[in-house]
Design a protein around this ligand. Structure first.
Ligand SMILES: [Fe+2]
Ligand SMILES: [Fe+2]
Length: 358
């Protein structure tokens, strides 16, 4: 049990350098892709929009935004116990996710440089933004006497290979969901300044505009590749990515409700809002969206939350590995079943709405 009055201790690889959180299916992923295929991509069907986005990236609206001011110059020892624990976890998770974006975009910028200069420059400028975001979060960790060794993370993490079209679906959604997550926290704290227990949240308004622009870039790329959006496979894959992104966030956040509570937010309500908004946004480019108002949608996700709580309890028990495995299997099966049932909830057609909007 965590003593709510004391400073929690974290495992460190060196003094002050936090051991990265264990990789699980729910931790932020690092990606790599087929750079050749990406370089060969013809972007001419939507080149004008991509050039307009590149122009926006070049303007660099947030050039002077990420500067730590005097509000950070104090001791944060008033944030203690479990709140400190969940706070550090939030900063680490966010920093890792931003850094994973940086690595992927940087590599894409490098590999496409001579073959697809417009895309290469876009990726480079997005990696500039993500580096700032990750750096700012890592600096925030130092207020809690910790930091992440990003070089170590680069070398030690496993990279998931995705073909370009899957990179587009996944990164588009992670940018847009990132936008909605940041702006929702920002708007809430604007209404309830007494809950702003740490100054980083004041930066979220301009910050999330970076994520929004990044999302728009992937929206434009997908529109340049309509074959990834208009057949039955695209529909199945878009459903898959929407569900995996929503389910991952929901399971993570409900498990960390204490973090949201420390900001005066209800994690479940927060997630429902973010899912609703991201789903709606995705309907501007994806051919389908999920029926998130279906009566079973959150019931099934909540069943997964319960299963995960039991799984954690089993892993932390002192039963033998074999007994643990036997106890875990039905819970895994139940999670798989719930997710399968969620996947097969009839999706909503977004193409018609897109036609009307045009
Ligand atoms: Fe970012
Ligand atoms: Fe981003």
């Amino acid at each position: 049990m965590v003593d709510s009055l004391k400073k929690p201790t974290f495992e460190e690889i060196r003094p002050g350098v936090k051991t990265p959180a264990k990789e699980t299916i729910l931790t932020p992923r690092f990606y790599t892709t087929d750079f050749e295929e990406m370089a060969k991509m013809d972007i001419s069907p939507n080149e004008d929009e991509l050039l307009a986005i590149l122009e926006e990236f070049r303007i660099d609206y947030n050039r002077h935004h990420f500067v730590r001011d005097e509000q950070f110059d104090k001791s944060w020892d008033n944030i203690q116990g479990e709140t400190r624990q969940v706070f550090v976890e939030f900063l680490e998770r966010s920093c890792t996710a931003e850094f994973s974006g940086f690595l992927l975009y940087k590599e894409l910028g490098r590999r496409l440089k001579d073959k697809s200069p417009v895309l290469a420059e876009c990726f480079n400028l997005m990696s500039r933004d993500e580096a700032r975001h990750a750096g700012f979060l890592n600096k925030a960790l130092s207020d809690f006497n910790l930091s992440l060794d990003l070089g170590f993370l680069t070398k030690s993490r496993k990279y998931t290979f995705f073909k370009p079209k899957f990179i587009f679906y996944a990164t588009y959604l992670s940018e847009k969901i990132g936008y909605w997550r940041y702006i929702t926290i920002y708007r809430h704290l604007e209404q309830h300044p007494e809950d702003r227990i740490y100054p980083i949240f004041r930066f979220f308004e301009n910050w999330c505009q970076d994520e929004n622009r990044h999302g728009d870039f992937f929206d434009a790329i997908m529109k340049a590749q309509p074959q990834h959006l208009n057949d039955w496979r695209a529909k199945l894959w878009c459903r898959f990515f929407l569900l995996s992104v929503f389910a991952t966030m929901y399971l993570n956040d409900i498990q960390r409700s204490k973090f949201y509570a420390s900001l005066g937010l209800d994690a479940r309500e927060y997630d429902i809002h973010v899912i609703e908004k991201t789903n709606e946004t995705a309907g501007r480019v994806f051919p389908v969206t999920l029926d998130v108002n279906h009566p079973e949608f959150y019931d099934r996700l909540d069943a997964c939350v319960k299963n995960n709580e039991k799984l954690t309890e089993i892993v932390n028990s002192d039963r033998s590995k074999f007994v643990q495995l036997l106890q875990k299997l039905p819970l895994y099966a139940s999670n798989a079943w719930q997710l399968l049932k969620l996947y097969f909830i009839k999706p909503l057609d977004a193409v018609e709405a897109q036609g009307q909007a045009r």
